[in-house]
Design a protein around this ligand. Structure first.
Ligand code: SAM
Length: 318
């Protein structure tokens, strides 16, 4: 399948920013604009509510929202379906005493999603090490009306787990830099560049990225109060996904901290595409992992895992 064909099979997704209004209100507003509920790929006037992410709406790929007042005012966020999975799976609490970390935040789509799930309550620390991207993050958070977020221009690896504020975090989202190999090109002329990318991806680059990704998970596991860590990438390579998770489970941080993979029941159980069993030490662990395949799942390629500790897995008997 060409990049264009794949892109044409991916609806235009928008996330209703629950910080501003409800999905019910958004549905009504779009109907008032002339959209009708139906298969979004069948016509530019059809749209539907997503089956997996409650605040997500799917439109025809040709529909543009860049100049829509709802987008300009932050009431809707342009976000691919798969990239809504990490915050949904992390499921941070909506409580005044909640403390949550987004370790690699810019441009901030997942940060604003976490903020919406937390109903703008408690504290959400959003780290971003790159200065330019940090500035984009600040703009994005203000546009999305996030008031419980404190953006910090720091390298997460230098953040002390014993810090009086950050050390209280119970939930950490880790969506670090990756090869981006799951992103579907919307333009065919990029395919040649994509080919080159694949060759590069075979080399050293992936090993370096995987080593960095593992380091980030190990650091997150040293936070004393953390109970849930989501690790996600927009890569399709097992080396950045299953292999990183497999190694993370064998680290000293995981055994000292008592971390394990959450069972499928806690990780979007109704999503059918799971991890690659052959890439895990215990093939059964693959069921705990979520994968999205570009071109097959009407999303970009994506990977999500959830490490937990100290809580009864809902799929296990008491
Ligand atoms: N979660 C973001 C979103 O959904 O909008 C996308 C995150 S992007 C894949 C990874 C980001 O992490 C980049 O902006 C990168 O600069 C930042 N980053 C990489 N290493 C970091 C580190 N050690 N500490 C903080 N930020 C880091």
């Amino acid at each position: 399948q060409t990049g264009d064909a794949r892109a044409a099979s991916i609806p235009r997704y928008i996330r209703v920013n629950r910080t501003c209004w409800t999905t019910k209100e958004a549905l009504k507003a779009f109907q008032a604009q002339g959209y009708e509920l139906g298969d979004p790929l069948s016509s530019p006037k059809s749209f539907k509510q997503d089956d997996h992410i409650p605040d997500l709406l799917a439109f025809h790929p040709s529909v543009r929202f860049i100049e829509d007042p709802l987008y300009l005012s932050g009431k809707i966020i342009l976000q691919d379906k798969a990239s809504c999975f990490p915050a949904h799976i992390l499921a941070p609490p909506a409580r005044n005493d909640a403390v949550v970390i987004d370790a690699t935040a810019a441009p901030g789509n997942k940060t604003s999603h976490l903020c919406a799930i937390m109903q703008n309550k408690g504290k959400l620390y959003a780290f971003e090490r790159d200065r330019k991207r940090f500035s984009t993050l600040k703009t994005m958070l203000s546009k999305a009306h996030c008031t419980n977020v404190e953006a910090v221009n720091s390298d997460f690896l230098t953040v002390s787990p014993n810090d009086t504020n950050f050390g209280r975090a119970t939930h950490i989202l880790l969506d670090p830099s990756c090869s981006g190999s799951g992103i579907v090109n919307r333009m065919d002329h990029l395919l040649a560049a994509g080919k080159q990318q694949e060759e590069d991806d075979d080399s050293d680059r992936l090993n370096k990225l995987a080593a960095f990704q593992l380091k980030m998970i190990r650091h997150a596991m040293t936070f004393p109060s953390v109970r849930r860590i989501v690790y996600s990438t927009c890569s399709v390579h097992a080396i950045e996904n299953e292999h990183v998770v497999r190694q993370a489970l064998k680290t000293e941080e995981a055994s000292t901290g008592g971390f394990r993979l959450a069972r499928r029941a806690q990780v979007l159980p109704i999503w059918p595409r799971r991890g690659f069993p052959a890439e895990m030490d215990d093939p059964a662990d693959a069921d705990s992992l979520v994968r999205c395949s570009p071109g097959e799942d009407a999303t970009n390629g994506f990977f999500v895992s959830l490490f937990i500790r100290g809580e009864t897995d809902v799929s296990e008997p008491e």
